[in-house]
Design a protein around this ligand. Structure first.
Ligand SMILES: *[C@@H]1O[C@H](CO)[C@@H](O)[C@H](O)[C@H]1NC(C)=O
Ligand SMILES: *[C@@H]1O[C@H](CO)[C@@H](O)[C@H](O)[C@H]1NC(C)=O
Ligand SMILES: *[C@@H]1O[C@H](CO)[C@@H](O)[C@H](O)[C@H]1NC(C)=O
Ligand SMILES: *[C@@H]1O[C@H](CO)[C@@H](O)[C@H](O)[C@H]1NC(C)=O
Ligand SMILES: *[C@@H]1O[C@H](CO)[C@@H](O)[C@H](O)[C@H]1NC(C)=O
Ligand SMILES: *[C@@H]1O[C@H](CO)[C@@H](O)[C@H](O)[C@H]1NC(C)=O
Ligand SMILES: *[C@@H]1O[C@H](CO)[C@@H](O)[C@H](O)[C@H]1NC(C)=O
Ligand SMILES: *[C@@H]1O[C@H](CO)[C@@H](O)[C@H](O)[C@H]1NC(C)=O
Ligand SMILES: *[C@@H]1O[C@H](CO)[C@@H](O)[C@H](O)[C@H]1NC(C)=O
Ligand SMILES: *[C@@H]1O[C@H](CO)[C@@H](O)[C@H](O)[C@H]1NC(C)=O
Length: 862
C-alpha cells in the first residue's frame, strides 16, 4: 500500500501549483500465526467431520499409520482433537474410506495419552512424517465430538437457529443478550462471514424456558468464551452469516467448466436447486471471472461431494445463494461463458478486427460512424487498457457486418450497453471494410523535455546550479490525459512525486533554482480521467546539475580577485565598466565563485586601447547565486574593464611542526611532552609577496599570538608549548585592504610522558636501564649508539631531577631485540634528551645503564 501525503511546495506565476508526495512503501504483510491447526470438516458442524491438520500452512486430511493403533488409542486422539477445538469430549472416531477420490493427506504416527491440549503436543512415535504433496489417500478419520454449539434446523454451515450444548442435550439460547456482538462471535466461530441483518428474524413461538444467556463483547473467539448465565427466557431467532464463498470453472477452457464453489477453504462442485438460478447468477459468475456473460449451462450427473445451494428466496442481486450445505450429489453443472465482443486476427486478444456476438455466431462491425468512444469502451471491456488506434481494414471475404450503430459515451462497461441505432437502408452496405481496434495495456510513455532560460542547454537534460528549469511531459495519446505525474527517485525505495493537471496534452513541472539534490532520474507518466489510478508507461530522464562556470576573475594572482570575464556563447571576454555595475553585482560574482563577500569593485581604464568586451545589463538585487541569472550581456567595444576583489583571495596557510617531541595520539591530537619547546613552520603557497604570519594560540583561558614577517612565504616560530589550539594566520595588505587567512588548527595536548626513563629492579628511580622514546613508545637505548657517553647521561639525570651522572655502562643480552639507537646534536647542557637528539629503531643485544647522583626529585618543568 502506498500512503501519500500532499504538500504544496511552490507556486509559479504562469502555471498553477506544483506539489509533491512522499511515497513510503509499507510492505511485509504480517503472517498471522494461526494457533488453530486442527479442524473437522464436512460434518455439518464445526465439531464433527473429517479430521484435518494444518502443516506448513496447508490443511490436509489426517491419516494415522494404523499399525498397532487400537480403538482405545484412537479415541484418545479424538479426545485431544475435540478439546483443541473447544468441542467438548469425543464421541467417536471412525476410519472412513472415500471411494470417490483421493485427496492429499498428512500421515502421522502419533500417540496421545488423552490429556494433551492440542494434537501437536502428542508424541510423534516415529518422528517421520509423510508431508509430501504427492501423498494422496482415500482414507480419513471422521471424528464426532460432543460439541458445544451448532446450528439447528437444516444443519446448514452458515445459518440457522443456534443450539448450545447444555446438561440436558442441545438447547437454544436466550434472545436476550443474543445481539449483533454475539452473532458476530458465532459467525466467526463457524468460519463464516459476518452476520447479515435479516428482517424476518422473528422470535420463535414458545413459552420461556431455562436457557443459556450470553453476553459477548464481539471480540471473543468462541461463544463459550462469552460470559454466560442461565435464565428463564425466550429463545433467540435464527441467524444468517454470510458464506465465505468463491467460485471457479474447472476442467475446460479458461471460461468454461464445471462450476465449483469454495467454502471454508474447500472447493466442491455447486449443486442442488440450480433450477432456481437465474441467468443473472451465471452472468455474475462469468463476469467475476472476467469471462463476459454466460453462453450456456449444462447439467450433468457426477456423483461426489458437493456444496448444495439452497436458493429459497430469489436473491436477484446476490451472486450466489446464501446457504451452502455439504451434500453428496450426482448433479453438477458445466457453465460456458462467452464474451460478446472480441478482437480477432491481431497480434493478441487486444488487437484485431472487432466482432460482436450475433445470435450463435459473430458479426464484424462497419467502420463508418464507429467512434473513438466505442473503441474506448471495447478496450476497457476486454480488459485491454486503453485505445491506441482504430481504423478500417479491407477484408475480401468479410462476414456479415452487424446492422447496429453504437453510440457509446465512453464510460459504459460493455459495448452492448451503449445506445444503438439501426443502420439505415442507405448506409447498410459498408462494403468489405471492417473496424479494427488496437488497444494498449497502458498508455504509451509520454515525451519528456527539459526547459531552461538558456537556449544553449535545451535538450541536453543538463541544468546549471541556481538556474530555473522546467520539465515537461507530453503525450500524443488519443485522449486528453487527466494528470501528469513526475517522480524523482531519491533512492531505490523513495521518491518525491509531483502531480499536475495537463494543459492540452502537456504538463510543465517548474523548479525555481536547480540544486545538487535535483540531479538524478525523473520519470513521468499520466492517467486518464476515466481510470485515474491507472498510469501509463513511464518515460525516464536523467537530469544533470552542473556548476556554472561562466564567470571568472583573472590576472589578480587569485581566483578571487582580478579582472572580470564572462563567458557567453562560448566566448570569454572582459566586461566593460558601465552604469549598472555596482558592488551589488560584484557580490554575486564573489558568491558564484565561492570567494566570500565582495570587498571592492572598480573601473580599470585601459585607454587608449579599445577591446571587444561584453556590456552587462543588470536586473539583479544582489542575492542571486549567479551573475547571468539576473543579467544579460551583449557585444560591446570598450577601453574600460571591471576589477572585482572578494574577501577570500588568500590561500589557506599550512601549519607544520618541524621539531619538538610530539606524538600524534589516537584522536589525531598532538601530544607534547611537558616543558619542551616546539618549532612550528607557517607557510603559504607563493601568491603575493610580503605579508606576515602569526601563530594564534587558543588555550583554555586566553588567546595570544606571536608575529613574524613572511620570508619566502613562510615563517618559523619556536616557543615553549602550552596546551591549546594552534593555527597560523597569514596577513597581507593587498588591493588597499588588509586580508588574512587562517590555517587549520592543531590541538596541542600536554602529556607528562617525557620520552626518557630509568628502570631499575631495585626500584631506585635514579639509576637503571635507560629507556628512550622511539616512535611513540619507550625502548631500551642500544649500547651500539656510538655517540653515547657520560655527557648524554648527565642530560638524562638533569631531566629526571636526579642530579648529575655518575656512570653509564653496557649490559649485554644473549639475543638481539628491538631497541632505540640514539643520534645526537647535544652539547650536554640541555634540559631534555630529546630536545637535542633523536632515535630510530635498532636491533641490538646490548643496552645502556645510567647511574645518577641524586634521589629523584621533581623533573624539570621549564
Ligand atoms: C441488493 O439489492 C438491495 C435492494 O435492491 C440493495 O439495497 C443492495 O445494495 C443490493 N446489494 C448489492 C450487493 O448489489
Ligand atoms: C588531551 O589530553 C587529555 C589528558 O591526557 C585527554 O583526556 C584528551 O583526550 C586529550 N585530547 C586530545 C584531543 O588529544
Ligand atoms: C617551511 O615550509 C616551507 C614550505 O613547505 C618550506 O619551503 C620551508 O623550507 C620550511 N621551513 C623550514 C625552516 O623548514
Ligand atoms: C601544505 O600541506 C599540504 C599537505 O601537507 C602540502 O601538500 C602542501 O604542499 C603544503 N603547502 C605548503 C605551501 O607547504
Ligand atoms: C583559567 O582561569 C581560571 C579563572 O579565571 C583559573 O582558575 C585557571 O587556573 C585558569 N587556567 C589556566 C590553564 O590558566
Ligand atoms: C628565498 O628563496 C630564494 C630562492 O628560492 C633564495 O635565493 C633566498 O635566499 C631565500 N631567502 C631566504 C631569506 O631564505
Ligand atoms: C581547541 O578547539 C576545540 C574545537 O575547536 C575545542 O573544543 C577545544 O576546547 C580547544 N582546546 C583548547 C585547549 O582551547
Ligand atoms: C592593516 O593592518 C595594519 C596592521 O595590522 C594597520 O596598521 C593598517 O591600518 C590596516 N590597514 C587598513 C586599511 O585597515
Ligand atoms: C658498549 O658496547 C659497544 C659494543 O657493544 C662498544 O663498542 C662500546 O665501546 C661499549 N661502551 C662502553 C662504554 O663500554
Ligand atoms: C651507582 O652509584 C652508587 C654510588 O654512587 C653505587 O653504590 C652503585 O652501585 C652504582 N650502581 C651502578 C649500577 O653502577
Amino acid at each position: 500500500m502506498l500512503s501519500s501525503q500532499w504538500l504544496v511546495v511552490f507556486k509559479w506565476p504562469f502555471v498553477g501549483f506544483c506539489c509533491f508526495v512522499l511515497l513510503t512503501e509499507t510492505s511485509g504483510a504480517s503472517q498471522s500465526n494461526d494457533p488453530v491447526d486442527a479442524r473437522l470438516v464436512e460434518g455439518g458442524s464445526r465439531c464433527s467431520g473429517r479430521l484435518e491438520m494444518k502443516y506448513e500452512g496447508t490443511w490436509k486430511t489426517l491419516t494415522f499409520k494404523v499399525t498397532g493403533s487400537t480403538s482405545a488409542t484412537k479415541i484418545k486422539i479424538a479426545q485431544v482433537a475435540c478439546r483443541q477445538m473447544g468441542c467438548g469430549s469425543a464421541i467417536s472416531i471412525t476410519h472412513n474410506v472415500n471411494h470417490v477420490n483421493q485427496r492429499p493427506a498428512w500421515e502421522i504416527e502419533m500417540m496421545c495419552d488423552g490429556t494433551e491440549r492440542t494434537l501437536r503436543e502428542c508424541r510423534d512415535t516415529n518422528s517421520r512424517r509423510r508431508v509430501g504433496r504427492t501423498f494422496e489417500t482415500e482414507s480419513s478419520q471422521e471424528v464426532i465430538c460432543s460439541d458445544s454449539v451448532r446450528f439447528g434446523n437444516g444443519n446448514s454451515v452458515c445459518s440457522g437457529s443456534l443450539n448450545v450444548k447444555s446438561d440436558n442435550g442441545w438447547a437454544p439460547v436466550c434472545e436476550e443478550g443474543f445481539d449483533s456482538e454475539a452473532q458476530k462471535v458465532v459467525c466467526k466461530e463457524f468460519g463464516c462471514g459476518p452476520p447479515t441483518v435479516s428482517k424476518d428474524s422473528s422470535t420463535p413461538e414458545g413459552v420461556p424456558a431455562l436457557l443459556k444467556k450470553f453476553q459477548c463483547k464481539g471480540n471473543e473467539a468462541r461463544l463459550q468464551d462469552c460470559a454466560s448465565s442461565t435464565h428463564k427466557c425466550k429463545q433467540a431467532p435464527a441467524i444468517t452469516c454470510q458464506g465465505s464463498y468463491d467460485v471457479r470453472l474447472v476442467g475446460g477452457e479458461t471460461c468454461e467448466g464445471i462450476l465449483e464453489g469454495k467454502l471454508e477453504g474447500e472447493w466442491r462442485p455447486l449443486a442442488g436447486s440450480l433450477a432456481l438460478w437465474k441467468a443473472e447468477h451465471f452472468n455474475n459468475v462469468c463476469e467475476k471471472l472476467g469471462c463476459g456473460s454466460v453462453l450456456s449451462t449444462l447439467k450433468h450427473n457426477r456423483y461426489g461431494r458437493v456444496w448444495e445451494l439452497s436458493c429459497w428466496e430469489s436473491h436477484t442481486n446476490s451472486s450466489f445463494c446464501k446457504t451452502w450445505m455439504p451434500q453428496f450429489s450426482h448433479k453438477s453443472m458445466t457453465v460456458t461463458c462467452a464474451e460478446n465482443v472480441r478482437l480477432v486476427g491481431g497480434l493478441d486478444r487486444c488487437s484485431g478486427k472487432l466482432e460482436i456476438k450475433s445470435g450463435p455466431s459473430w458479426a464484424s462491425v462497419c467502420q463508418q460512424s464507429f467512434t473513438t468512444e466505442n473503441a474506448q469502451v471495447t478496450c476497457a471491456e476486454l480488459g485491454c487498457g486503453f485505445l491506441y488506434s482504430y481504423h478500417s481494414k479491407h477484408y475480401s471475404n468479410a462476414e456479415q457486418a452487424t446492422s447496429l450503430v453504437f453510440k457509446c459515451r465512453g464510460k459504459e462497461k460493455h459495448l452492448l450497453d451503449c445506445p444503438t441505432d439501426t443502420r439505415s437502408a442507405m448506409e447498410e452496405d459498408c462494403g468489405e471494410y471492417r473496424t479494427e481496434i488496437n488497444c494498449r495495456e497502458r498508455g504509451e510513455e509520454p515525451h519528456m523535455d527539459i526547459h531552461t532560460l538558456d537556449q544553449d542547454f535545451g535538450y541536453r537534460s543538463e541544468v546549471v546550479k541556481g538556474q530555473r528549469f522546467a520539465i515537461s511531459c507530453s503525450t500524443g495519446s488519443l485522449y486528453k490525459p487527466f494528470s501528469m505525474r513526475l517522480r524523482y527517485e531519491v533512492d531505490s525505495d523513495q521518491a518525491v512525486e509531483w502531480i499536475q493537471p495537463t494543459v492540452g496534452k502537456t504538463a510543465m513541472f517548474f523548479f525555481p533554482a536547480a540544486e545538487d539534490a535535483h540531479q538524478g532520474y525523473y520519470n513521468c507518466d499520466y492517467n486518464y480521467e476515466f481510470k485515474p489510478d491507472f498510469f501509463s508507461k513511464q518515460q525516464l530522464l536523467y537530469v544533470t546539475v552542473t556548476e556554472r562556470h561562466d564567470v571568472r576573475l583573472v590576472d589578480g594572482h587569485s581566483r578571487c580577485a582580478g579582472r572580470l570575464e564572462v563567458e557567453h556563447q562560448k566566448k570569454w571576454s572582459s566586461v566593460s565598466y558601465q552604469h549598472s555595475w555596482s558592488l551589488k553585482e560584484a557580490a554575486i560574482v564573489c558568491r558564484q565563485l565561492s570567494c566570500g563577500a565582495a570587498v571592492s569593485t572598480s573601473k580599470v581604464d585601459n585607454s587608449p586601447e579599445v577591446l571587444s568586451a561584453w556590456r552587462f545589463y543588470s536586473d539583479c538585487d544582489g542575492s542571486e547565486r549567479a551573475l547571468m541569472e539576473c543579467g544579460v550581456v551583449k557585444k560591446w567595444s570598450s577601453s574600460s574593464t571591471i576589477e572585482v576583489v572578494c574577501t577570500d583571495i588568500l590561500h589557506k596557510p599550512n601549519i607544520t611542526i618541524i621539531s619538538g617531541p610530539s606524538f600524534t595520539n589516537s584522536e589525531g591530537g598532538q601530544m607534547i611532552s611537558m616543558g619542551h619547546s616546539i618549532t612550528i613552520n607557517c607557510s603559504m603557497e607563493p601568491q603575493y609577496p610580503g605579508g606576515h604570519f602569526s601563530v594564534k594560540i587558543n588555550s583554555l583561558n586566553q588567546t595570544h599570538s606571536l608575529t613574524q614577517p613572511a620570508v619566502n612565504h613562510s615563517a618559523v616560530f619556536t616557543f615553549t608549548v602550552t596546551e591549546g589550539n594552534y593555527s597560523c594566520v597569514y596577513h597581507n595588505f593587498l588591493f588597499n585592504h588588509n586580508f588574512s587567512s587562517e590555517s587549520l588548527s592543531l590541538l596541542m595536548n600536554i602529556t607528562d610522558y617525557i620520552g626518557v626513563m630509568l628502570d631499575d629492579e631495585d626500584s631506585s628511580p635514579c639509576s637503571g636501564k635507560l629507556l628512550v622514546d622511539v616512535q611513540g613508545g619507550l625502548k631500551l637505548l642500544s649500547a651500539e649508539s656510538i655517540v653515547w657517553d657520560l655527557k648524554h647521561a648527565s642530560v638524562v639525570c638533569r631531566q629526571l631531577g636526579c642530579g648529575s651522572a655518575v656512570s653509564t655502562n653496557n649490559v649485554t643480552l644473549p639475543t638481539k631485540e628491538k631497541m632505540a639507537r640514539f643520534y645526537s646534536d647535544c652539547d650536554g647542557s640541555e634540559s631534555a634528551l630529546l630536545d637535542c637528539g633523536t632515535t630510530v629503531e635498532w636491533f641490538s643485544s646490548s643496552y645502556v645503564q645510567v647511574n645518577c647522583t641524586g634521589q629523584q626529585g621533581a623533573p624539570s618543568m621549564k
